[in-house]
Design a protein around this ligand. Structure first.
Ligand code: VAH
Length: 313
């Protein structure tokens, strides 16, 4: 049985549905700070504020879960606006979830991010093991989180595993407060207005991934043979390295008149500039068979189709 925190978030809302399909609805308990939406109707759901360790422990114990997938967190741009709150939620929530996993001997997943790298990290083909001096609160949270998860594995034997996610793109739940959100907004605007004004500047490369690949990665990693894992927290995984103009080019194959313009947001541009252009996923491929299925064109085709369907409903 799996407890998912942050189940109403960009990853959580789709992950809960996928896990319920794979393992049965009654075996996947969604949780978030409020109770709303389809994910609540389709299976067990509890209100959990992850800064409340006792509540986390009680729910995990009551449902006799054997796995925690901890997704509750503030993303990069929001974290820069509220750094202390981000520390309290991102680190306070994580250590609470790790403590529950230790006390109840649970398998543990939480995502890191390309945000765990900083301006002094090699930017092209960023290696699995390299310098990590992020300059954002979110990045500090992600590096600390990686070290904390490795610590709980080495010190207490908790089976912790994680991936460094690139920007995630999906048509189901929009991201909230990320730097890479432009890569989702651009598709909605392309359908609505055949135009988009990007807050990230031309030529700004970041790693991106379509949500189905992101969800498959979690299942694959969590089901991997632990004896094959040389790394744990957290594996570089990526699918697409792209800048705003690359998205526009892919969209124009379906909407030829699509127009892209720029109105750069200095805060999110500064965050984006501190991150890699592309990361190397070879450790994940070698240790647990990671392989992304969607490239930019395949993702773009599906995103435009699915968003059109949604807007015609
Ligand atoms: C963000 N979407 O923008 C998240 C993610 C790599 C980006 O961490 O903060």
């Amino acid at each position: 049985k799996i407890l998912v925190t942050g189940a109403l978030g960009q990853i959580g809302s789709e992950l809960v549905s996928k896990l319920r399909e794979l393992y049965g609805s009654s075996n996947v308990i969604g949780s978030d700070i409020r109770k709303e939406g389809d994910v609540v109707e389709q299976g067990p759901f509890e209100i959990i504020d992850v800064t409340d360790e006792k509540r986390l422990y009680e729910v995990a114990k009551e449902y006799k879960v054997d796995t925690v997938m901890h997704l509750a967190a503030l993303l990069s741009a929001t974290a820069e606006k509220n750094p202390k709150l981000a520390w309290d939620i991102n680190m306070g929530g994580l250590v609470n979830a790790l403590e529950v996993a230790r006390e109840l001997d649970l398998q543990f997943f939480t995502p890191s991010s390309i945000g765990a790298f900083g301006p002094t990290t090699p930017k092209d083909g960023t290696p699995q093991d390299t310098l990590q001096r992020p300059t954002t609160m979110y990045g500090v949270n992600k590096v600390s989180g990686e070290l904390l998860c490795d610590y709980y594995c080495q010190r207490f034997g908790v089976d912790t595993r994680g991936v460094r996610y690139p920007g995630l793109i999906s048509y189901v739940a929009p991201p909230g407060g990320g730097t890479t959100d432009y890569a989702v907004e651009i598709y909605y605007e392309a359908i609505k207005n055949k135009a988009y004004t990007s807050y990230i500047g031309e030529g700004t490369y970041m790693d991106m991934m379509y949500m189905p690949d992101a969800l498959n990665a979690i299942v694959q990693l969590m089901e991997a043979d632990p004896s094959k894992l040389e790394h744990r927290n957290a594996f570089n995984i990526s699918a697409i390295s792209a800048a705003p103009e690359d998205f526009a080019k892919a969209i124009r194959k379906h909407i030829p008149e699509f127009e892209l313009s720029y109105d750069v947001d200095p805060v999110r541009q500064k965050i984006a500039d501190s991150w890699p252009n592309s990361i190397d996923s070879s450790a994940a491929a070698k240790e647990w068979g990671f392989k992304a299925e969607y490239d930019l064109d395949k993702m773009t085709k599906e995103m435009l189709e699915k968003i059109s369907e949604k807007s015609n409903r």
